[in-house]
Ligand binder design. Structure first.
Ligand code: CTP
Length: 390
């Protein structure tokens, strides 16, 4: 049963959570497991009407910004689509729940049945949202695999984030670069760095959730493919340069989070070079400075860079902010534990051209991403106002 995990993941993501369980749901999980995961009492049909007259379905409907139904059964969908408010869940939906996200889990025949599909269609028309079902091993014994498996808690949390994010980047195109580049010495050896891509992916996902059309230009990473955006895969700095420059004119904002290698071998051998003992000399040349080139070509775009510094951080970052013609720069410190390569947390200081500095403190990369995008939104609005005033 994935529901307690989902409750835990939602709380870890910073949401205030309450659990609601119908009598049918309590046949599959215990009230205690749900209460522990939710960190508070479970709303059940046994407590539907309080002795002093309160009605739980109305209170819950007004309290929640989003009602997540996980797992959602064929019967649950049918009751909701028919408006049959005979259980606490359906009554809460009818009682005015602002937004409903269904995570169906059922046998594929039941999912594909015209009755279920008609119910799903009807609920969609009413503005309800869905995540899954997905293809995979089914819960019922002996049913094998098929389309009917509930989405993983992490996926459901991503959809929750999407539905609860303000759509302040709607209509904007945001270009994001992420991950390292690889500069090949020969077909099996390259120069690179330990960038995981997590910071750039977090920016791309946050921009998507806030309504932007997102193009993510990614170096090689081990991260899963993000949904709802165009992903352009590159390896070398020169490929990243081409990909970004081509898409730059159509972009409203660019966040350059990639850790571009600064050097590339002067030439790449087409065959594996046999090892030689003793001292070896590798001739290196600079890679193109992508961000500096974007800064030169900037017209209406908001341009954001990163700076990784191990010393004289502010001074060096400020020099990059000016030299690369940026709207602001995000300074991080790879040697500090709070923002080490590959982690889920980061600590960034945003430096602005007017001399101000804003620190995020140590927060998740997703929170850093949202703070960066808050400023991107501000800059977009200011630039627009300036254009209109001209
Ligand atoms: N950057 C880039 N192209 C490069 C190198 C860096 O676009 N060839 C971008 C990075 O994505 C980052 C910013 O420039 O947004 C600063 O990167 P950083 O490596 O800190 O700075 P450099 O300009 O390479 O300067 P230095 O290595 O001297 O610190």
């Amino acid at each position: 049963m994935k529901t307690p995990f989902l409750l835990r993941r939602l709380r870890e993501a910073g949401y205030e959570v309450r659990a609601l369980a119908s009598e049918r749901a309590l046949a599959f999980t215990t009230e205690t497991a749900l209460a522990v995961a939710a960190g508070g009492p479970v709303a059940t049909e046994a407590r539907w009407f309080a002795p002093e007259g309160g009605a739980l379905h109305l209170e819950l409907a007004r309290w929640a910004d989003l009602l997540v139904v996980a797992p959602a059964t064929a019967a649950g969908l049918a009751r909701a689509a028919a408006g049959l408010a005979e259980d606490l869940l359906t009554a809460t939906i009818l009682g005015g729940a602002r937004k409903v996200l269904w995570a169906p889990a059922m046998n594929p025949e039941m999912w594909h049945h015209p009755a279920t599909q008609a119910n799903v269609q009807r609920l969609r028309e009413w503005g309800h949202a869905f995540v899954g079902p997905e293809h995979g091993a089914l819960a019922a014994v002996g049913e094998g695999e098929g389309l009917g498996r509930m989405s993983e808690p992490e996926t459901i949390v991503e959809h929750v984030r999407y539905h609860l994010s303000p759509k302040d980047l709607a209509g904007r195109t945001v270009l994001v670069s992420a991950g390292p580049t690889r500069e090949y010495i020969d077909p099996v050896r390259f120069i690179s760095n330990p960038s995981s891509g997590k910071m750039g992916y977090a920016v791309a996902e946050a921009a998507r959730d806030r309504g932007a059309r997102v193009v993510l230009v990614s170096g090689p990473t081990a991260l899963p493919e993000p949904w709802g955006m165009e992903v352009v895969r590159v390896e070398r700095a020169e490929e990243m340069y081409e990909a970004l420059l081509e898409r730059f004119p159509a972009a409203d904002a660019v966040v350059m989070a990639a850790a571009v290698a600064d050097w590339q071998p002067d030439s790449t051998a087409s065959e594996k070079t046999p090892k030689k003992s003793g001292k070896n000399v590798l001739e290196l040349v600079s890679t193109p400075d992508i961000l500096a080139e974007l800064g030169r070509r900037k017209t209406h775009q908001v341009l954001v860079g990163f700076a990784m510094e191990t010393r004289a951080g502010h001074e060096r970052a400020r020099a990059k902010l000016e030299r690369k013609n940026l709207d602001f720069i995000c300074l991080n410190f790879p040697t500090r534990a709070a923002s080490a390569f590959g982690g889920d947390f980061n600590e960034v200081e945003m430096l602005f051209p007017d001399g101000t500095v804003e620190s995020t403190g140590r927060v998740t990369k997703r929170e850093v991403a949202d703070r960066i995008l808050d400023h991107v939104c501000d800059r977009l609005r200011t630039k627009e106002a300036e254009r209109h005033a001209q």
